[in-house]
Design a protein around this ligand. Structure first.
Ligand code: SF4
Length: 201
C-alpha cells in the first residue's frame, strides 16, 4: 500500500503510500479492533508513542510467523541495498510491513499489522493527503479510519476522509501494471503533481 500525508517532523505537509484486496469479515473485525483500541492495546501502544517507537516496534515484531520467515530470507538476499533515493515532504507507510510471499498477505496478517499504520497516522499532525497505491491500500486506510461507506477505488479518484484529509488513488506501480501500460509514467507523475497541488492549496 501507499499513502500520502502531511508529516510530522518538518511541520510541513507531506505524503504516504499503500496496496490489493480481501475478506470483508476480517476487514470488519480489523476496523473495529483498530478503532476501539483493542489491537493497539495488545501491541503495547502508549500515549507517549512516536514514529521512532513505531519503527522500533515493527523492526522487533514477530507476530506473523509466515511473514517473519519470509522477510528474514529476503533480508539476507538484500543486505547491501542502497538505492540513493530521498523522500521530500512525504512519509511512506504500508498496510502490511513484512513483504509476503507472492505479494499476497493473508487477511489475518493485515488485521495484525494495521495498528502500526494507525499509530503512524496518529503521529503525523500535518497529514493532509494520502496517496493510496492500489485498492489494497485504500481498503486498509478505510479500515483504520472506519470510513463508511468504503471509498471506491479507481485511478486518480479522490475522496475525503472523516477527518477532512484527502485521499488520492493510483494504480499500484507493480510490474503487472507498468509492463502492460495500465500505469504509465505520465499517469503516475500526474498523481503526485495532484498530491502536491492538494497540499499547497
Ligand atoms: S506484517 Fe506487521 S504485524 Fe506481521 S510480523 Fe510484520 S510487522 Fe509484525
Amino acid at each position: 500500500m501507499r499513502i500520502f500525508t502531511r508529516a510530522h517532523y518538518h511541520a510541513e505537509r507531506r505524503v504516504i503510500p499503500s496496496e490489493a484486496k480481501e475478506s470483508r469479515v476480517n476487514d470488519s473485525r480489523a476496523s473495529s479492533d483498530v478503532q476501539t483500541g483493542e489491537i493497539p492495546r495488545r501491541l503495547g501502544m502508549t500515549s507517549e508513542d512516536s514514529l521512532a517507537q513505531v519503527t522500533a516496534d515493527i523492526v522487533n515484531c514477530f507476530k506473523c510467523p509466515r511473514l517473519v520467515a519470509w522477510r528474514e530470507q529476503v533480508g539476507r538476499e538484500n543486505e547491501h541495498r542502497d538505492d540513493g533515493l530521498a523522500l521530500t515532504d512525504a512519509y511512506i507507510s504500508a498496510c502490511v510491513r513484512c513483504a509476503p510471499p507472492d505479494n499476497k498477505p493473508l487477511p489475518v496478517e493485515r488485521v495484525t499489522c494495521l495498528p502500526y499504520l494507525k499509530r503512524e497516522l496518529d503521529q503525523l499532525p500535518n497529514l493532509k493527503v494520502v496517496v493510496c497505491l492500489g485498492a489494497y491500500a485504500l481498503e486498509g486506510l478505510a479500515l483504520v479510519y472506519g470510513a463508511r461507506p468504503r471509498p471506491r477505488f479507481g485511478h486518480a479518484l479522490e475522496h475525503t476522509l472523516p477527518d477532512g484529509n484527502r485521499v488520492l488513488c493510483s494504480f499500484h506501480p507493480s510490474q503487472q501494471n507498468t509492463f502492460t501500460g495500465k500505469l504509465t509514467v505520465p499517469m503516475f507523475d500526474a498523481i503526485f503533481a495532484r498530491a502536491r497541488q492538494l497540499i499547497t492549496t
